[in-house]
Design a protein around this ligand. Sequence first.
Ligand code: SF4
Length: 282
Amino acid sequence: MMIRQISVNRVQDAVRDLLIELAYRLPADYLAAMHVAREEEPSSLGGDILTMLLDNAAYAEAERIPTCQDTGMAILFLEVGQDVHFCDGDLNQALHAAVEEAYRDLRKSVVDDPLLRRNTGDNTPPIIHYEIVPGDQVHITALMKGFGAELMSRLRMMPPSEGVEGVKRFVLETVKLAGPNACPPLIVGVGLGGSFDTVALLAKKALIRPLGEPNPQPHLAQLERELLESINDLDIGPQGFGGMTTALAVHVEAYATHIAALPVAVNLNCSAPRVGKLRIED
Ligand code: SF4
């Protein structure tokens, strides 16, 4: 079996460049969904807000200024083929350096300790999730996560007796409580199952799925559709000014769980959903 050597320097450069792009350019799938939403939004104020958000995105891209003053905390998902060997240094250090370089001209939003709250001054450390997969490829997904929406995200360990209706109630309650504070239009990531720790990660992974791509399992795809419809009936609307575009998509990710619990987590993403993916090339 051939082991593929990959320099951590190449990973560092690729992640830095991706993060820099994400700060200025919102994903194409998000912009396409926003254009559709603007055509369909019945509220004139809601429609105006969508137009402003689209104008803001176009201006940010043209002028290379951040789409939002909050450039978020960097969250990195690495899928690493088991036939890969990283060389030329420490992979974790390379990823930290990539974040530091990418955020040089961006707002510094990370504190070193949740209670002492000293700004690290370079937006490190990132949050890094590794997954080992077959093969010799390395795929990286980066999320520059705004914390207005993160702050309004919630998790609950429900008894199984609450069932799918309990899940729906919890998701809707979370979006209602968030109101304008999560900066809608939202992307709503829902995690179901697993354990206390896993369900939050499932909800986060739901946010990095291509926008509006349904869950392959029919019952979960149906739940996504029903939740999206109910959320958009809440009349929160773009930035909370009313209308039917409260969310552009609901993505549900599920995993096996224990007979005693029905864990559910709702992770919200905002109107600056900076998600990008790359593959480390030869
Ligand atoms: S939640 Fe998103 S849109 Fe709102 S301020 Fe933070 S990054 Fe910006």
